[in-house]
Design a protein around this ligand. Structure first.
Ligand code: 13P
Length: 252
């Protein structure tokens, strides 16, 4: 069975103490996770060490929202994968639409970042997603294909075991407008066909693909019950313990 995952991307929210409290409450209030279920917390860099200390057990893990593509050197303000690994982060999100659009991260940079995450032995959570304009002009399949082709398809089949994909339509992020379960399922199914063509049948059937974009306690169950949706990458609702616990409970 593929891993079923609830991941909380906190973005630039919470202080370290608030973050610790949030994780404590969520871990205490969650049901015992089954072997195939995992929960990831993605706090800001400043809280990673403290939060990694209390996770790493019972299938709760901590990861970073970004990293540098470089190993080390004169890159003021950047954080390398080895630094993340050293403080207990096990996962890194790459390719979030906010990194693409606000920080101008190109396909090429994201390819380098994906490689850096894999080379460090960390789990890569690779995000893809189209804008509303791209969907309305029926470019969405092409856009997702391009994002995966340019920045992920170079990964070896074996290393794909350490990759989780998150499909996050940009028009559904932070807007309260969720993709319908049918729309999300359709794209997740398409992503599996891409994985089959860039890698093979095994990679296509074993890679967990998360949906992201206004996931909440009320819509999680229906989304997660779709055949190719293996959980969610959650923004706003991951900052509210009751909401996020309900999302965890909705994992199949
Ligand atoms: P929201 O759940 O707030 O829409 O954010 C989704 C997201 O961007 C997760 O990475």
């Amino acid at each position: 069975m593929r891993k079923k995952i609830a991941a909380g991307n906190w973005k630039m929210n919470t202080t370290p103490n608030e973050g610790k409290e949030l994780v404590k409450n969520i871990m205490a209030g969650s049901p015992e996770l089954k072997v195939h279920q995992e929960v990831y917390f993605f706090p800001p860099f400043t809280h990673l060490a403290a939060i990694a200390e209390v996770t790493g057990k019972q299938n709760f893990y901590t990861g970073a929202q970004n990293c540098s593509q470089h190993e080390k050197g004169a890159y003021t303000g950047e954080i390398s994968t080895n630094m993340l690994k050293a403080i207990g982060a096990g996962h890194v999100i790459i390719g979030h639409s906010e990194r693409r659009s606000i920080f101008g991260e190109s396909h090429e940079i994201l390819k380098e970042k994906s490689s850096a995450v894999i080379a460090a032995g960390l789990t890569l959570v690779f995000c893809c997603g189209e804008t509303l304009e791209e969907r309305e002009s029926e470019q969405h399949y092409k856009i997702i294909d391009r994002q995966i082709k340019e920045s992920l398809s170079h990964v070896t089949k074996d290393d794909m075991k350490k990759v989780v994909i998150a499909y996050e339509p940009v028009w559904a992020i932070g807007t309260g407008k969720t993709a319908s379960p049918e729309q999300a399922q359709d794209m997740h199914g398409y992503i599996r066909t891409l994985l089959k063509s860039y890698f093979d049948e095994t990679v296509a059937s074993q890679t967990s693909i998360l949906y992201g974009g206004s996931v909440n306690a009320a819509n999680a169950k229906e989304l997660f019950s779709q055949a190719d949706i293996d959980g969610g990458l959650v923004g706003g609702a991951s900052l509210k313990p009751e909401e996020f616990i309900a999302i965890i409970q909705a994992l199949p």
